[in-house]
Design a protein around this ligand. Sequence first.
Ligand code: C2E
Ligand code: CA
Ligand code: CA
Length: 639
Amino acid sequence: MIYLNFIRSKKFIIPLLIFFIGIPLQLVIIYRVEKKAILKEIDSELLEAATNIKYYLGKDYVSKKLNGRSYNKERAVEIFTDLQERAVEQNVDYLYILVKSEDDIVYAALSDYKEELDDSEKAYFWYSLTEAEDDSFDETWSAFDREEPLFLNSSDEWDSYRSVYLTETAPDGTKYIAGADVTITTLNDKIMERIMRIMKMFLIAFPIIISFAHMERENKIIEGEMEKLSTKDTLTGVYNRKHGLKMFKELSEKGMEAEVFIVDIRGLNKINADQGLTTGDRMIKAFAGILKKSVRKSDIVMRLEGDKFMVVLSEFPVESEENMLVNLQGSLNNFNMNNPTNLYIQIIHLFKSYKKGEVEGFIGGMLKDLIAKKRYVSEKDIEMVQEMFESIEEDRFVVHYQPKVNIQTESISYEALIRWDHPEKGLIYPDYFIHVAERSVLINKLTIFVLNESLKAAGRMNTKISVNISPAAFESDLFISEVKEILGKSKYNNLLTFEITEGVAIDDVQNTLEKIKILTEYGVVFSIDDFGTGYSSLGYLEKLPVREVKIDKTFTDNLKLKTINPMIVRFICELGKVMEFDVVIEGVEREEQIWELMKLGGSSFQGYFFDRGHPIDVTIKNRKMCLEKVKIFKEPVGS
Ligand code: C2E
Ligand code: CA
Ligand code: CA
């Protein structure tokens, strides 16, 4: 299997190339090494064969021969045949006896010479070395005086040889040489055979060696992975509890202090139950990613259990805790708003400073606190989200329209206000559910619903309608692109106003400005809602192209109190005239409030005095009554 994977992986190509490019060099090396080894083997075979000759031929062979007691032809052939067989047995090519004769050296016995025999008796045993044109004559001559065996390479008229000469002494004192030859061709054949065998082995072994090397490397990688596995949580890639705690303990042993953050994903059990464990796992993984991005590299992030994570922030500048939360909440919102599924991540968290002491006890204490906090962070929210998703499908949301009146121009526009027609609880107002919806893509869906309804209503009444856009929705790219799609198809865009709050405007003025510009191109105008409740920076009023500013109900409520409020109302109304935006004063419930506000410069109002919000049909019916009420303020007060 590994072998196959290896072949498939094509990882052998480069080593193979190197191998083949290196072949000539390798061959030279192998040839040299092998030749030496084979020569050694052959030399020892030659020596053994030569040593044995005297035993084959009988100790007195040489003396007898040299004494002139010759063998007959039959005996000679017997000897030749015998030597030949012995040569084969001994793995050499020739065996022979050499003796000195006057100034010549002659073969006194020789294997493989049968064909050359003639009938002269002498020729059976005496064949001259010079006749054979052996180039080793001089060396052979001197070899008769040697004690040591002589190894030499020589050639004669037939071939080249590797030979051994072993000087022996016959019983009568005559010196002779017992010799054995191997032809160089045989030697080379043997070397080649050996090299081929090695090459073959190498060719077979090469991929195996490489794949072993490969396995070795793979093992190293696996070991690395294992190492990681033993410190990291397999699902999320953050530290597992064991390793995380170890790191925390090491910090504590060094006497370091830390800020510890524990966070729990809400409603995961419900997601697991409703959507399956895989979806639940996906959420945990997504959250771990968000959490990791929200902290610094030096912070220790670990998964404590299922849906609980812990971050140990050491070496912290004071603001790191706050930074982390801001980053985390921002990323979570971004995930929740731009994740087109019905899923969203909601968290419950806790911070605590660790100074010293037992780490596990400290964490135990934090987990207890977390459970306590969980109890009073309403479990209902999670159910509510699920219910809302279902209610969208079941068309259980409705839009009511409340008039905004302009006393000077005697004109009416409307604000679209969402309500939830709950199957059991009846009509539910947005203060109860909008803040929950704002934590997820749910707010996008609700706003899109209101937008579509409002466009229909605007067309039907031929009247301007305002739609509230939550910061969460306005910041979502998913939302903006959906809105653009709707506006691209509608004829009534120029009857639309988007009410955004100061919060949206101030968070990221540049980004807000860009979005406002894009939507303005579709014909939508903008209004700043709940003015005076938030940051109340007047600076951005100059930067943003708004058509309307709505002064929050608290100003209306506090008119009689001796506060700065009336002056602010007057100031905003003046500013509106200069900068050409309408000022709508919210929450007017009684006639005298309106007279009062008119004195401060107010001319547009919204409040129960004129009408509450109603479904479209009631709104249309009430329009006339509303206009009657406007007329009251056309008469100067007290006249
Ligand atoms: P808001 O934008 O300030 O809307 C005005 C709220 O004041 C409405 O409450 C309205 O019924 C209430 N109101 C108007 N005149 C009076 C009055 O004279 N006296 C009193 N006591 N209240 C008055 P509602 O409909 O309950 O909405 C509450 C908030 O919910 C809204 O405040 C707005 O922030 C949010 N909301 C409503 N509809 C939507 C919506 O479709 N989308 C979004 N994102 N938010 C919405
Ligand atoms: Ca509003
Ligand atoms: Ca308002």
